[in-house]
Ligand binder design. Structure first.
Ligand SMILES: *Cc1c(COP(=O)(O)O)cnc(C)c1O
Length: 380
C-alpha cells in the first residue's frame, strides 16, 4: 500500500518527467475548431467545473485506493456526505441512517432531507442483518458510518449492505476514520465510500476537501448530481491532498501506534471508567473490528470518572493537546464529546466522554500532558 501511495497512478512521463502533477488553475478550456467545440463532451476536459488534469490525478489515486469505478471531489467532507444523499433520494423516499452518525450528517438528514419530504429513520449500529426488518419498498438509501462517531461502534458492514441491496437500496459509508488503508468498503458491499479528505489524506490541518468513491452501478448518477450542484475540488487544495497521500501510510502507522499505546495507558488508570478504542481487546466490538479492518487510526475516546466540570479542568490543563475540532492532522487534539443527539446509541452511562486525536508528537510528551490533566481533575 505504501508503494501505491508513494507512486499512485500519475505518470510523470506525461509531464516532461516532473514527479508531481502540475496545479492547473482554470475555468475556460479552448478548442482548436468549431467541430471540436461542438464535440467537447468527448474531450478529456471541457470546463474546469467538471475537472482539470489536477483533479483527475487525485480522483484516479483515490479510485485506485478504494477499488472504485470513479471518484468525485467536493469542497468539504460534509459535502461528500450530502452530495450522494441528494443524488439518490427524492420526495417520498425512506432513508435509514446509523444512529451513531457524524452529527452534521444528522443535521442535514433532519433538516434538508426532511424538508425535501424524505422520511429519515435512525437504526442501531449493531443491527446487522436485522436491518431487513426496517426496509420498506420506498427505502432508497442505507447510510453507514464505521466506527460510529465519538462512540466507535463497529457495524457488520456486509450484513447491513446485503439486506439493503435485497431491498433495492443504495448503500453509502463514511470511511473517514479508517481511510482506504485500513478499510475498503466496496469489498464489503458498500456502493459509495465517503471521505473527509480534510483528515488523514490532507494530514496537516491546512485544507478542507471531501471525496466520494463509487462503484460502476452508482457512479454516473453521483457525477451527474455533482455537476448539477456545481461543486468540485479547488486546485491548490487538490494538490495538497495529493502531497498528503504520499506520506499517509507512514503517518497512519505512527498515529495508530501512539494512539494504541495511550489507550492502553488510559485503560490502566483508576480515574478512567472506559476507553473506546476498537483495537483494544476490551472493546465490545473488538472482534467485529478485527474481522473487517486492517488497522486503527489515531482517533478514540475515553470516559473520565468525573462530571463536566472535571472534564473542563482536564482539558484546560493540556498544553501539548490543542482544544479544537477536526482531526487527522500532525497535532494532537482533545474535545468533550456530546451525544445529546442520540436516540439509540447513547454512549457511556456515567462519567464524561473525551475524544482524543493523537498526532505525530512523542508519546511521552502526550502522556505527560494528560498526567497534568488528571492532576487538575483531582485538584492537584
Ligand atoms: C470531519 C468529518 C466529516 C466532515 O468533514 P469536513 O471536511 O470537516 O466537512 C465527515 N465525516 C466524518 C466522520 C468526519 O469526521
Amino acid at each position: 500500500m505504501n508503494t501505491q501511495l508513494a507512486h499512485g497512478p500519475f505518470d510523470p512521463s506525461t509531464q516532461h518527467g516532473f514527479v508531481n502533477p502540475a496545479v492547473v488553475h482554470g475555468s475556460t478550456v479552448l478548442f482548436p475548431t468549431a467541430r471540436e467545440l461542438k464535440n467537447r463532451a468527448k474531450a478529456p476536459f471541457s470546463y474546469a467545473l467538471s475537472g482539470t488534469p489536477t483533479t483527475k490525478v487525485l480522483e484516479d489515486a483515490l479510485s485506485e485506493l478504494e477499488g472504485a469505478a470513479g471518484t468525485i471531489l467536493v469542497p468539504s467532507g460534509l459535502a461528500a456526505v450530502t452530495v450522494p444523499l441528494l443524488a439518490f433520494l427524492s420526495a417520498g423516499d425512506h432513508c435509514l441512517v446509523v444512529d451513531s452518525v457524524y452529527f452534521p450528517t444528522r443535521r442535514f438528514c433532519d433538516g434538508t432531507l426532511r424538508r425535501m419530504g424524505v422520511d429519515v429513520e435512525y437504526y442501531d449500529p449493531h443491527i446487522g442483518a436485522d436491518i431487513a426488518g426496517l426496509m420498506r419498498p420506498e427505502t432508497k438509501v442505507v447510510f453507514l458510518e464505521a466506527p460510529g462517531s465519538n462512540t466507535f461502534e463497529i457495524m457488520d458492514v456486509a450484513a447491513v449492505c446485503d439486506a439493503a441491496h435485497a431491498g433495492g437500496a443504495v448503500t453509502m459509508l463514511d470511511n473517514t476514520w479508517a481511510t482506504p488503508l485500513f478499510f475498503r468498503p466496496l469489498e464489503h458491499g458498500v456502493d459509495l465510500s465517503i471521505h473527509a479528505l480534510t483528515k488523514y489524506p490532507g494530514g496537516h490541518s491546512d485544507l478542507m476537501m471531501g471525496s466520494v468513491s463509487a462503484n460502476a452501478a452508482t457512479l454516473a448518477q453521483l457525477r451527474d448530481t455533482q455537476m448539477q450542484l456545481g461543486v468540485n475540488g479547488a486546485p491548490d487544495d487538490t494538490y495538497l491532498v495529493l502531497r498528503g497521500l504520499k506520506t499517509m501510510g507512514v503517518r497512519l502507522e505512527r498515529h495508530q501506534a501512539s494512539a494504541l499505546a495511550l489507550a492502553q495507558w488510559l485503560e490502566g488508570r483508576d480515574d478512567v471508567l472506559d476507553v473506546l478504542h476498537p483495537a483494544l481487546p476490551s472493546f465490545p466490538d473488538h472482534a467485529l473490528w478485527q474481522r473487517q479492518f486492517s488497522g486503527a487510526s489515531g482517533l478514540f475516546g475515553f470516559v473520565l470518572d468525573g462530571d463536566a466540570d472535571a472534564a473542563e479542568r482536564f482539558l484546560d490543563a493540556l498544553r501539548v493537546f490543542g482544544l479544537g475540532y477536526s482531526w487527522g492532522g500532525h497535532e494532537s487534539l482533545a474535545v468533550p464529546a456530546s451525544l445529546g443527539d442520540r436516540t439509540i446509541a447513547k454512549g457511556p452511562a456515567a462519567g464524561s466522554l473525551i475524544r482524543l486525536q493523537i498526532g505525530l508528537e512523542d508519546v511521552v510528551d502526550l502522556q505527560a500532558d494528560m498526567e497534568a490533566g488528571f492532576a487538575a481533575v483531582h485538584g492537584r
